[in-house]
Design a protein around this ligand. Structure first.
Ligand SMILES: *Cc1c(COP(=O)(O)O)cnc(C)c1O
Length: 409
């Protein structure tokens, strides 16, 4: 038998698309929670308070708003379980994550024969995939044309596609869903807690999923926020869905949501962790205390600083999200993206390449909303570039950043 030494994980600067650097307050709640079971009254109270804070953060009156235990894809699995074999769906992927969501949809919509024919990558005849190239946003025109032509039951789009760093046209998606009588499903993993938006302003979207580790900043494996309109829940009630643990109606019971109403006697669904509940609850308190609008404007302000700095190093930024920049390296370094990222990561500076073609570099600023923190990211990235043979004056770049902040102040 082998018993390994205790696992020690170093503290790194998580400067990628996610996870963001967890707030010490979240870790403190996680570690100082007492041991209590999943039906203990304060654990349940924490879940019910978290549910209410989540509605506030997400700007919704949807009763079916709660957290799915796990990561972003756990929440997505829950909302995408609305899709049953043979359902007609139009998907609008434009990068890695919406691509994986589209695969999930093809798996769920595939007939038994289609699934067996290619089980890891089924070609479901009822699913139409409208690809938008990496680096571009899904546009109103693309959405409207496809929904008019195909008249599906469901449509799917990511709000912010983290793989390519692009913001998609959520209003156009919702409007087109309303116009064509389609039920929209949206991956809002990267936008919740970063962007200032209220889901009730998008009535064409009936189901939403986010994640714990990006804008919500509650990594210590906690909850993926989900929200369903009554229309979506009625569909599940009528048709059912093929999951117990990620069942939109059954999972909600533990959060005190039963028969479309908030109740103060939650029912057991699974063994929720008191530690996770305490951490998630604190993360929501932090965001709401900071203020959704202020947070969104702080992200935009600091993203602009980072963008200008990497452009001053000769990089070409192709993203428009405010929590990260996705960039092409200058001519001389082209083709060395992965090497540069590996070098940075070896130094505890956690930036990322893109996970699907084309290869680009992604630098994120989740929970790094101060001039000092952005300066640290810029300085470390400059060092990584210079180590690879880039030619620019680091001092000049750092001075440019300083004057950006001085001007703003
Ligand atoms: C990060 C991300 C996911 C996956 O989230 P996990 O927490 O890794 O499961 C899905 N969709 C988008 C848009 C993302 O950014």
């Amino acid at each position: 038998m082998t018993v390994f030494a205790p696992l020690v994980i170093p503290d790194t600067l998580a400067a990628g698309p996610g996870p963001g650097n967890t707030d010490p307050r979240v870790l403190e709640r996680f570690a100082s929670s007492g041991v209590a079971d999943h039906m203990q009254k304060d654990v349940l109270r924490g879940m019910m308070e978290a549910k209410q804070m989540l509605r506030e953060l997400w700007g919704t009156k949807n009763v079916y708003t709660y957290g799915v235990a796990g990561t972003g894809f756990s929440g997505l699995d829950c909302v995408l379980s609305l899709v049953l074999p043979g359902d007609k769906v139009v998907c609008f992927p434009n990068g890695t994550f919406s691509g994986i969501d589209t695969l999930t949809i093809r798996m769920k919509a595939a007939t038994a024969e289609e699934l067996a024919a290619d089980s890891l990558n089924p070609k479901a005849a009822s699913v139409t995939v409208i690809d938008t190239p990496h680096g571009q946003s899904v546009t109103a025109d693309t959405i409207d044309k496809a929904l008019a032509a195909h008249k599906p039951m469901w449509a799917f789009m990511a709000h912010w596609e983290t793989g390519s760093g692009r913001i998609n046209d959520l209003k156009a998606f919702s409007d087109a869903c309303v116009k064509h009588g389609v039920m929209g499903i949206c991956d809002a993993v990267s936008s919740l807690g970063v962007a200032d938006f209220s889901i009730d302003d998008y009535p064409g979207v009936v189901a939403w999923a986010s994640c714990p580790q990006k804008g919500v900043l509650s990594l210590p494996l906690t909850y993926a926020p989900v929200s369903f309109t009554d229309k979506a829940i009625d569909m599940v009630k009528k048709r059912g869905c093929r999951t117990y643990v990620h069942h939109p109606i059954l999972d909600a019971r533990h959060w005190g949501i039963v028969d479309g109403k908030d109740v103060d006697t939650p029912g057991y669904h699974q063994t929720h962790s008191c530690y996770a509940v305490a951490a998630f609850h604190e993360a929501l308190r932090i965001i709401l205390g900071y203020g959704r609008r202020r947070k969104a404007s702080d992200y935009a302000y600091h993203e602009k600083a980072l963008r200008q700095a990497v452009e001053a190093m000769g990089c070409d930024v192709t993203s428009n999200m405010t929590s990260l920049v996705v960039l092409n390296l200058p001519g001389k370094l082209k083709g060395k993206e992965k090497e540069l990222v590996q070098g940075a990561r070896a130094q505890g500076f956690g930036i990322w390449p893109t996970l699907s073609e084309p290869v680009q570099v992604r630098i994120g600023i989740l929970n790094q909303l101060s001039p000092e923190q952005i300066s640290e990211i810029v300085s470390r990235f400059a060092d990584a570039m210079l180590a690879m043979g880039a030619e620019f004056d680091k001092q000049k770049v750092m001075n440019g950043l300083k004057s950006y902040y001085a001007k703003a102040a």
